[in-house]
Design a binder for this molecule. Sequence first.
Ligand SMILES: [Zn+2]
Length: 338
Amino acid sequence: MGSPKTSSLANKCVGLISKWGSAKVRSLRFIHLLAVLLTFVPLAAADGRGRVSIDSSRTQEHRAWAESAECMANEWYPRLGNLLSSSPRVELPDVVIELSPDYDGVAAASGRRITLSSKWVRDHPEDARGVVVHELVHVVQAYPENREGWVTEGIADFIRYGLFEAWPLERFPRPAKPHPYTDGYQTAGGFLLWLEGDASPGIVRRLNTALRGDAYGPGTFREITGRSADDLWAAYVAAVDAPQQLPAETTRFRYGANGGGLFERKDAGAWAEMNQGGEIWRFKEVARTTTYIELLDESRGLRLRLTASEVQLSRREGWSTLYAAGWDPKPRRQVTGP
Ligand SMILES: [Zn+2]
C-alpha cells in the first residue's frame, strides 16, 4: 500500500494538482456543482483504492504529457468514484492507460485498461486530458450491459465537459431534430448538466444506480424526473435560449472592447459612459425591461441597449451587437472617470 510509487506520485503531483484544480473550479456555473465538488475526495487517492498509471513506454516523446496527465487522472479518479457511487459500494480497480502508436481511433476503455492514441496526444494534448477523464468514467461506470448508450455516453461527457472542463451550458450542442439527447455524448452531457442544476438535481447519480444495477428500463427516466425526456429537452432549450434577466438594481455595466469602459447610472433618468479615452458621454434612460435597459443620447442620435451580456446599438434594420459587456456585480463605488 505505502509503496515508493505512492509517495513519489503524491510529491510530484502537488504543484500540478493545485494549478489545474483551481482554474477549473473558478469557472463553474452552478453553485450546486460546487456542493458536488465538496463531496469529492481531495487530492491523491486514499490507500486501498485504485490508481491510474499511464504507460508511455512505446512513445517516449510523450513522457512529460503522461506524467502530468497521470497526476490529473489520480486526482479525478476518486472523484469519479464518489460522483458515481452506488450501494453496495464499488471498489475502484487499478487502471492502466496505454499510449499506443498504432491505435486508429482516439481512445477506448475495456475493463480496467484504456488505450489512447499517441497521435491524438501529439496533435491534441489538451483535448487528450479530457479524453482520459471520459474513458475513466467508463471504467468507473462498469455497467453490466450497455443498454442505454446515450445515457452512458451522456454521463461521461457531463463529467468531462460539465465538471472537468467547466463548459457553460450555451456551449453544448442542441441539434434541432427528434429526441436529440439520444445522440449521447456532448448533446446528452449538456442536457444532464441542466437537469442536475435546474429540473432534476441528483439525476446523474440515480441514472448511474439504475444502469449499474441493470434496472434501467423504458420508464426509468420518467420515474426519476417526473416528466418525459422530450418535455424536459424542450424546457432545457427554452431556458438556454431565453434572454438572461438583468438584476433588478442594475446600475453599472462594464465592457472590454474599444479599450474598455463603464456605464454608470447617475440617477433614475441619467447614465454616464466613461471610456478609456477619458471622454464622458451622457445618456438618458428611456426604457427598462427585465432583459434590457435602453439609453438615448439625443445630441448624437445614439440609441443603445444594455443587456445581461452585451451592449446593442439601434440601426435602421434593428438592434445589433456593439460589443460584449456585462453588468458589474461589484458594490457601487465612486467613479471619477479613468
Ligand atoms: Zn465513451
